[in-house]
Design a binder for this molecule. Structure first.
Ligand SMILES: NC(=O)c1ccc[n+]([C@@H]2O[C@H](COP(=O)([O-])OP(=O)(O)OC[C@H]3O[C@@H](n4cnc5c(N)ncnc54)[C@H](OP(=O)(O)O)[C@@H]3O)[C@@H](O)[C@H]2O)c1
Length: 247
């Protein structure tokens, strides 16, 4: 699964799963453009860490929730890197609370950052990918987009929306040799899940056949497969990376 000569854009890669994805794609030889919104120092250090692997890497401060930023970002990346072959829509947030207490703001923030961003980024990369007559788009959704989850109506709706978007994009762009797939992680140990208390974490792990939380690398390895030619005949699919939690 060699990605030498390819350019990958990973959104939200200053930490967590996005960081793991960027590291794995870089080790496979891809040049990496990545985004972050607030972690300026972490992003700078990560840019240098990636460059030390001998590939070209650059971090861009860009808010995924802002529709207009996507096109500007992709234009800058194409100018800097020459191509854009792989897009990983990873940036995401939670604003968990029960429906009864959920505000319009909490709904909009999550839908804009998680779902509208994937729409905006996909629209923006279509042009360079169509010109290159190839591309792989990978959307990081969640198992709760499949199962739903109490206290996460906004998050689950955004992630279910990503699955519908994935299938539609696969149908629209397949004839242009552009593939679009989704990955649905289960419980992955990152800052996003660190906020859960130990009891809740233990309860999650009890329900996982492999009896452990996932690591960013577990998701990243699946991204590598979907980004590479090893998955050349796979499009429109959602792969659960969840230790068997959802079947
Ligand atoms: N962890 C899990 O168990 C799990 C399970 C299923 C799905 N997922 C999904 O996997 C993805 C990554 O999750 P994670 O656990 O790695 O989260 P995380 O540790 O909270 O990291 C989130 C990343 O997204 C960036 N980000 C947040 N808001 C952004 C915005 N508006 N614009 C651009 N970047 C933004 C953050 O950048 P800054 O550092 O600058 O804030 C950070 O790099 C998310 O889509 C999440 O829904 C996670």
């Amino acid at each position: 699964m060699n990605l030498q000569g390819k350019t990958a854009l990973v959104t939200g890669a200053s930490r967590g799963i996005g960081k793991g994805i960027a590291q794995t794609l870089a080790k496979a030889g891809a040049n990496i453009a990545f985004t972050f919104v607030s972690s300026i120092e972490k992003a700078k250090a990560f840019e240098e860490e990636l460059q030390a692997l001998g590939i070209k890497a650059k971090g861009y401060q860009s808010n995924a929730a802002e529709f207009a930023e996507a096109e500007k970002l992709v234009d800058e990346i194409v100018k800097e890197f020459g191509t854009l072959d792989i897009l990983v829509n990873n940036a995401g947030i939670t604003r968990d609370t029960l429906m009864m207490r959920m505000s319009e703001q909490q709904w909009d923030d999550v839908l804009d950052t998680n779902l509208k961003s994937a729409f905006a980024m996909t629209k923006a990369v279509m042009k360079p990918m169509m010109k290159a007559k190839q591309g792989s788009i990978i959307n990081i959704t969640s198992v709760v987009g499949i199962t739903g989850n109490a206290g996460q109506a906004n998050y689950a709706a955004s992630k279910a929306g990503m699955i519908g978007l994935t299938k539609s994009v696969a149908k629209e762009l397949g004839s242009r040799n552009i593939r679009c797939n989704a990955i649905a992680p289960g419980f992955i140990e990152t800052e996003m899940t660190e906020t859960l208390n130990e009891e809740v974490k233990a309860e999650w792990i009890k329900g996982i056949p492999l009896k452990r939380g996932g690591k960013p690398e577990d998701v990243a390895n699946c991204v590598l497969f979907l980004a590479s030619d090893a998955s050349a005949y796979i499009s429109g699919q959602t792969i659960n990376v969840c230790g068997g939690m959802v079947m």
